[in-house]
Structure formats: structure tokens, C-alpha cells
Design a protein around this ligand. Sequence first.
Ligand code: DGL
Length: 289
Amino acid sequence: MRFDLLAGTGAVPLAPVMRAPVVLVFDSGLGGLTVLAEVRRTRPDARIVYAADDAAFPYGDLAEPALVARVVAVMERLIAAHAPDLVVIACNTATTLVLPALRARFAIPFVGTVPAIKPAAAATRSGHVSVLATPGTVRRDYTRELIDTYAGSCRVTLVGATRLAGFAEAELAGLPVADDLLRQEIAPCFVGAGAARTDVVVLGCTHYPLLLRRFERLSPWPVTWIDPAPAIARRMAALLGPAPHAAGETGSVTALFTGGERITPALRAALAARGMDKLAIEAMPLARQ
Ligand code: DGL
């Protein structure tokens, strides 16, 4: 069954929040920063809590029952501690599996992130579209259903990248990997030849836009890369309703990590450049089975 991923619980906007809204932006790690940037642009007045479940990173490697249990447990803690008005699950791997469980458990609206297959099908000229995502997202029934529903007339190549999310984290931590390693990970996206070759690649993991400039440079031919972040931010804004008249750029971002072990000085600097000067660790180790 397909659930409405970009909608909140019920498609109606929240009753207008007269104070600045509190928005929780959640990911397994740093990928959600690509969504955070759009969220901030859209609602500069919001008080944002950016939560990275880095103790359990990468989500793409977790078995489905373990991932559902983990995300619900972390969300329990975060919602109790920060009382958000709305939660953005800035992670395809979690959204495509866990969103129904979150909506069943919590009454606040959730906005999810899923591979942008519908816009990709609308954008392709050659009919060859690739979806670059984590192995978890590529395996999901939800992803298959999106393809059946929106891309029936396209040739869709699903590419489950095992190392890219980690490479994106390394990039922000000041430890960029070599071009050849990135080239190997994106190579399966490029199929066909001449007029019948891939012309659109969906960035189906929020970590990947962090590497977009390098992807563009390393691609065997130019393609359109689709990042769902602007659509997610628009959906959030529609649910929050219009910003109060007096709202200026008064918002703030607090960054929380459930592990914090991979925070390097370079990463601190990258986060500070995104307005996150103070980082907090809310330790929540993952019990590996
Ligand atoms: N950023 C996450 C996504 O959009 C996944 C990275 C991970 O494997 O944890 O799917």
C-alpha cells in the first residue's frame, strides 16, 4: 500500500502557530543538511532542531525491523525533549519504511523524503532514468510502487550505492575520498547510448547532494540530477501555514547527534558555516544484534 509521503497527518495545514514554529529535521547523519538548507530558506523564522542519528549510521545497512524500532525509539526521545510542531524525516531510507509507524505513534505532522521518481519521469527526454539511493531504499516495495505508478513508460535503473553516504559524511568531515571511488559508485547510473541513454538521475539519498559538484565533474556525460529538497520544504511550508507578518530571519538551528564520535574540527567548521555553532550529543547507542 502506498502512503502519502509528502503529506502530514491529514492534508490540511496546521492551525496557524503564532510563535515561530519548532521544526525537527531528522536523518541518520549529515544528509539531512541538504534538506535543512531549503527548510531554512523557506521558513527563516523557524526554530530548527537538526537531529542526526549518527550512532546508527548508516541506515542503509540496517534490517527493516531494526530500522523501524530504532527510528521510533529515537523519535520518542526527540519529540518528548523538543516538542516540535512538525517533523521532517530528511532521509529516504527511513521514510520509505518507517513513516506509517511514526504517523500511527505520534499525532504531529511528518513530512517525508522519497526518491523523486515522478519529477524524473516528467523531466526525461530519452526515457532512461536512474535512481541512485541506498541499498535499503532500492529494496523497498515503496520505491517499486513509485516506479510502477509514475514511471511506467520509462526505463528505470535502480542503483543501490553501498558506500556513497559514508563518502558524503567523509567529505564534510574534511576527508574527501578519491575521484575513482566516487566514479565507481555512480557509474551504474549511466546506461545506454546516443539518444537512448540516461538523461536524468534521481538523488535518492539526502547525503548525495553533498557530493553533487563532484558527481557533475565525474559523470561520463551530462545529466539532470534531481534533488527533492525544495519540494520537501514547500510541503512543510504548506502544512505550517503562512509565516506571521512580523517574522524575520530570527530562526535558529540546534544540532544534536546520538553518537558524536565522528565530529572532526572540519565538520564543526562546516556545521558552523551552516549556522550550527553549538553541537549537543544526546547519546543513544545502537544495540547491534
Ligand atoms: N540520508 C539517508 C537517505 O536519504 C541515508 C543514509 C544512510 O544509509 O544512513 O536515505
